[in-house]
Design a protein around this ligand. Structure first.
Ligand code: UD1
Length: 421
C-alpha cells in the first residue's frame, strides 16, 4: 500500500488547474444508464472512484470509450446485468446511484447495501422509501436491495433529511417516471444542480433547479444525438488547495474552477486572514506570510459550510492563532482525523459533535493513518506545515477523491512524494 512522505515547512506558491468534480461525475456517469443514445462526458477527474464507476457500468454491459484526457463516451444500449455487486459497492458507496436509473429504464435493479463506513452509519432509507412511494417493489434481502417496477409513477415527496445522493437517485428515477414528481427538501449542492442540467440536456423536464423544490415531469425516453457534457469544477478540491495555501502562509492561484460555488469556504478563509481575489474561473489566495487566525465552522447542507471541508479546516485551526470551534452537523463520527492530528501536536478537545481547537505554534511530523477521504486530506495539509517528515499511510482513501495530489502539491512547491510499501 502506497504512502505519502511530506517534508513540511515551505510556504506554497504557484498555480494549478482544478479537476472536474468527483461528486458530479459519479451521478452523471450513473445517469448515462438512462440514455438510449451514446453520451460523451468531459472534464472527468482521474480518480479511483471514477475507475470503480466505469468498472460497475462495464460489468453491466455498458460500452465505454475513455481517451487519454479522460473524455468518456458511454453507450448504455446493450445492458445485460442490472446489478451493483458488493465487491464494488463496498469500496464506493456512491454505487447506490445506479439504483434509480436501472429501475426507471429497465424496471429492475439489484444493488448491494452500502453498509457502514468510517464517518457514520449513512443509511439509504430515504432512497428506498422514495422509490417505493413511486411504485417500486423493493425487498432488502441478504445485503442486497432488489427492486422492480413496471413503470415508476410520479408523486409528491417530502424528504426527511437533505440527502445529496438520495435527491440524485430520485431525480434520475423521476426523469423517466409516468407523471410529475415533486421533491421537497431536495439537496441544492452544485453537483445535484449539475446532474439536473445534464438530465435536461438528455431530454428530461426538470424545473426548480438550484432550489430545494425540484419538479420533474417524466418523459417516455431520454437521449439525444451528439450529446457532450462538461462536468463542473471540484469545489472540495479547490477548497483543499486554498487551505494548503493558507496553512503554509503561502500564495496559490487555482484555475479552471468556479468561485460562485465556494462562498461559505471563501468567507471563512477571509476570516482566517487570507487575501482572496476571484475571476470568473479562478481564485487567488495570498496570506502575505501571516499566520492564519482561528475560525468557527458549522457544517450543514449547501449553501452552508460543506462537511467535506470540515477536516481541512480542523487542520487549519490546529496551527491558527486563537481558538476555533468546529461543529459537524451532517455526519456523526466525522472526527477520525482528530486523533491523528493530536499525534502531530495539535491541541483539540472533542465535545459531542464539536471540536475545540487551540492553535499550536507548530505541529510535529509523525507517521499518521488516513481513515477516510477528507480526513486524509487534512493529514496531508498538516504534514505541509509540520516540522520534519510526515508519513501518511492508507492513502488509497486520497486516491479515491484527489486527482494526482502529490503532483499538484509539488507544482505549488511542496516537498511530497509517494513511497511504495
Ligand atoms: C454526499 C457526498 C459526500 C458528502 C455528503 C454530504 C457524493 C458521492 N457524496 O454523500 O461527499 O459528504 O453528500 O454533503 O455525492 N441520510 C439518511 N438516510 C438516507 C440518506 C442520507 O439518514 O437515505 C443521512 C446521512 O446519514 C447523513 C445525511 O443524511 O447524515 C446526509 O447524507 P447524504 O447527503 O445522503 O450523503 P451522501 O449522498 O452519501
Amino acid at each position: 500500500m502506497d504512502k505519502l512522505l511530506i517534508t513540511g515547512g515551505q510556504p506554497l506558491a504557484g498555480e494549478l488547474r482544478i479537476s472536474g468534480a468527483k461528486n458530479a461525475a459519479l451521478p452523471i456517469l450513473a445517469a448515462t444508464l438512462l440514455s438510449d443514445k451514446p453520451v460523451s462526458v468531459g472534464n472527468i477527474p482521474h480518480l479511483h472512484d471514477i475507475t470503480t464507476t466505469l468498472e460497475l457500468l462495464g460489468q453491466m454491459g455498458v460500452d465505454l470509450m475513455v481517451d487519454e484526457k479522460m473524455n468518456i463516451e458511454v453507450n448504455a444500449n446493450h445492458i445485460n446485468k442490472f446489478e451493483a455487486p458488493y465487491e464494488l459497492v463496498k469500496t464506493m458507496r456512491a454505487s447506490i446511484l445506479v439504483l434509480g436509473p436501472l429501475l426507471a429504464r429497465f424496471g429492475e435493479a439489484h444493488v448491494s447495501l452500502p453498509g457502514g463506513c468510517a464517518i457514520g452509519t449513512r443509511p439509504v432509507d430515504i432512497h428506498i422509501d422514495s422509490l417505493i412511494k413511486m411504485g417500486a417493489n423493493i425487498q432488502v434481502e441478504a445485503g442486497y436491495i432488489h427492486a422492480t417496477a413496471k413503470r415508476l409513477i410520479g408523486c409528491h415527496l417530502l424528504l426527511d433529511k437533505v440527502t445529496v445522493t438520495g435527491t440524485e437517485n430520485i431525480l434520475m428515477a423521476a426523469a423517466l417516471a409516468d407523471g410529475v414528481t415533486i421533491i421537497e427538501n431536495a439537496a441544492k449542492e452544485p453537483e445535484v444542480t449539475d446532474l439536473a442540467h445534464f438530465l435536461n440536456k438528455m431530454g428530461a423536464k426538470i424545473t426548480g433547479i438550484g432550489s430545494d423544490i425540484l419538479t420533474v415531469e417524466g418523459v417516455e425516453r431520454l437521449g439525444v444525438e451528439n450529446l457532450r457534457y462538461e462536468i463542473l469544477p471540484d469545489r472540495i478540491e479547490t477548497g483543499t488547495y486554498l487551505v494548503a495555501g493558507a496553512i503554509t502562509r503561502g500564495r496559490v492561484k487555482l484555475k479552471n474552477t468556479d468561485p460562485r460555488i465556494l462562498d461559505a469556504v471563501l468567507v471563512k478563509l477571509r476570516e482566517a486572514g487570507a487575501d482572496i481575489e476571484c475571476g470568473d474561473t479562478w481564485i487567488e489566495l495570498n496570506m502575505h506570510g501571516k499566520r492564519p487566525k482561528a475560525v468557527n465552522i458549522r457544517t450543514a447542507p449547501y449553501p452552508a459550510f460543506p462537511t467535506d471541508m470540515q477536516a481541512q479546516f480542523t487542520a487549519l485551526n490546529s496551527v491558527a492563532d486563537g481558538i476555533g470551534l468546529i461543529t459537524e452537523t451532517v455526519f456523526e463520527n466525522r472526527f477520525m482525523h482528530v486523533q491523528e492530528l493530536l499525534r502531530m501536536g495539535a491541541q483539540i478537545k472533542l465535545e459531542s459533535n464539536t471540536a475545540i481547537c487551540s492553535g499550536a505554534e507548530h505541529l510535529t511530523a509523525a507517521p499518521v493513518m488516513a481513515t477516510d477521504l477528507r480526513a486524509s486530506a487534512s493529514l496531508v495539509l498538516a504534514g505541509l506545515v509540520a516540522q520534519g517528515e510526515t508519513l501518511v499511510d492508507r492513502i488509497y482513501h486520497i486516491d479515491r477523491g484527489y486527482d494526482h495530489i502529490e503532483e499538484k502539491l509539488t507544482q505549488l512547491g511542496a516537498t511530497i512524494r509517494r513511497v511504495p510499501n
